[in-house]
Design a protein around this ligand. Structure first.
Ligand code: FRU
Length: 525
């Protein structure tokens, strides 16, 4: 987010007056052609994702404080409970046993006299370094940015600082630390989004903080006293916008510990607006040294922003992002709520030409959604190949997996009866994957929304593989085992219930798997 006067003024005057919700919904159902009552899915509102987390109502942006504790995944999120536009930030809360079925919980953190509650992280303080645990209790500690709108209005440059809160009942209730803030602002306008992790070799906490055009690392023995360790990135990576929501994580690769630094930037993404770049390198408890200075993007679509990883998930590293983009997040045509999270993704490393790349793939937990499926073998596509014959029950929720050996041009097209089309494809001459949402339905709410997005194919394998997840109003493309990823939302005039594969030059598909996915809304797991 670029904080601007416009956004803040609108917070105070609240010009967004809403007509009664029932009326809006009724009109939307009539004009949209979306089903009024659930059919194959439990869909009752246009564009409501069925297996991605969305708040029941109102505005959401970044995922925050994601942590796994005693069999429960916790998702906190930037939340404004009074409107469907960004406003004074709270931490909303949702819990899940499997990262697929989410139950929204009461708001976890409210703004207070120190400011709004901006993005941050949560850790399980196993050794009770903070001393918040009483009689052997293990505290859950949230570390977040306080954003002070009063100081901002006064043109101070110190209106963002870091604070902490703790919970002794597994995230149900939170107490803000009386000594907040724990990290004062040294005079940097954008000073936010602390992501904290334990650094075992030196038995200390490391905070990775976005500090305008770089990342600054701080260390602490107890989550309360912080000292600066180093800075990274002032002259490296993409700088088309402010740096936000960083995450420092370590991954095992062939028995070696490799460090990855994620940095979201807005604007300046490869296809416009918000996106997340990453660096691969070493971290010694003090500073981060990248192996390569090339800019790498975690996801080339326009709708995976501010993604960070869960704490405390053992040897799995799992990320969820905000499935939107600051370029249009506040004007997308959803009514009761705005925005969803991406599916949870497993992060791993892969070497291509002796360079490390990050791969993202949907977590296996998502298999619980699998419904009817079919496999086609040895298909030759020359012209158009209609998959709808088999995928009759198409409800806008599916996973399509395919490989092709001859990497000619081809595309997968989601279609509806209104003639809307969303095209996901591979362009051989440019060696890029792409998503074209120019004919996907409603695109006029923002001038850049209808663009075609491209992503380089990084794999050098002859066999190209695709896994495509669709959920009503989004597609997530995981190509070549997650080396190239694209996430895009779209707003078709009616559910995309038809599926076609096209190739003018012709391709052969040895195996294609189509799996219809079930809704996870209101279903217990
Ligand atoms: C990223 C971001 C963060 C900030 C939060 C405010 O989307 O701008 O930098 O903490 O959103 O809601």
């Amino acid at each position: 987010m670029t904080l601007n006067v416009c956004r803040l003024t609108s917070l105070f005057s609240n010009p967004y007056r809403k007509p009664p919700k029932q009326l809006v919904l009724a009109i939307l159902f009539i004009v949209s052609g979306y089903p009024l009552f659930g059919q194959a899915t439990t869909q009752t509102e246009p564009y409501r994702p069925q297996y991605h987390f969305t708040p029941k109502a109102h505005w959401m942006n970044d995922p925050n404080g994601m942590v796994y504790l005693n069999g429960t995944y916790h998702l906190f999120f930037q939340y404004y409970p009074n409107d469907t536009k960004w406003g004074p930030m709270h931490w909303g809360h949702a819990t899940s046993k499997d990262m697929v079925h989410w139950q929204e919980q009461p708001i976890a953190l409210y703004p207070d006299k120190l400011g709004y509650i901006f993005s941050g992280s949560a850790v399980v303080d196993v050794h009770n370094t903070s001393g918040f645990g009483k009689k052997g209790q293990t505290p859950l500690v949230a570390i977040f940015t306080h954003h002070n709108p009063e100081l901002e209005k006064k043109k101070s440059d110190k209106f963002q600082y870091q604070s902490i809160a703790y919970s002794l009942d597994e995230g149900k209730t939170w107490t803000k630390y009386a000594g907040n803030p724990v990290l004062q602002n040294p005079g940097i306008v954008d000073f936010r989004d602390p992501k904290v992790r334990w650094y075992e070799p030196q038995k200390k906490w490391i905070m990775t903080l976005a500090t305008k055009d770089r990342v600054t690392f701080y260390a602490s023995p107890d989550l309360k006293k912080w000292s600066k360790e180093s800075e990274f990135g002032y002259n490296l990576g993409a700088h088309g916008g402010v740096w936000e929501c960083p995450d420092l994580l370590s991954l095992e690769h062939n028995g070696k510990k490799v460090w990855v630094l994620l940095v979201s930037i807005n604007p300046g993404g490869p296809n416009g607006g918000s996106a997340t770049q990453y660096f691969v390198g070493d971290f010694d408890g003090k500073s981060f040294k990248p192996y390569s200075t090339q800019t790498r993007w975690m996801d080339y679509g326009t709708d995976n922003y501010a993604g960070v990883t869960f704490s405390n998930t053992g040897n799995r590293t799992i990320l969820m992002g905000w499935m939107s983009n600051w370029q249009y997040a506040q004007v997308v045509p959803t009514s009761a709520w705005r925005s969803a999270t991406t599916v949870p993704r497993l992060l791993q490393l892969k070497e291509v030409n002796k360079e490390f790349y990050l791969t993202s793939t949907p977590v296996n937990e998502l298999d619980v959604l699998n419904g009817q499926r079919f496999t086609e073998k040895n298909i030759t596509v020359k012209g158009a190949y209609d998959l709808t014959r088999k995928a009759k029950n198409a409800s806008g929720l599916f996973r399509l997996n395919l490989t092709t050996q001859t990497a000619n041009d081809f595309s997968i097209i989601l279609v509806n009866e209104r003639g809307n089309e969303l095209e996901i494809g591979y362009d051989k001459s440019a060696n890029v994957y792409y998503i074209d949402r120019s004919r996907s339905g409603k695109i006029d709410f923002e001038k850049g929304f209808g663009k075609r997005h491209t992503a380089p194919r990084l794999s050098t394998d002859k066999t190209l593989s695709i896994s495509l997840l669709a959920d009503v109003a989004s597609v997530e493309l995981f190509a070549d085992g997650g080396l190239t990823v694209m996430t895009d939302v779209f707003f078709s005039d009616k559910l995309m219930n038809k599926l076609t594969i096209k190739s003018a030059t012709g391709i052969t598909i040895p195996t294609l798997n189509y799996t219809q996915l079930k809704s996870s809304i209101n279903t217990k797991h």
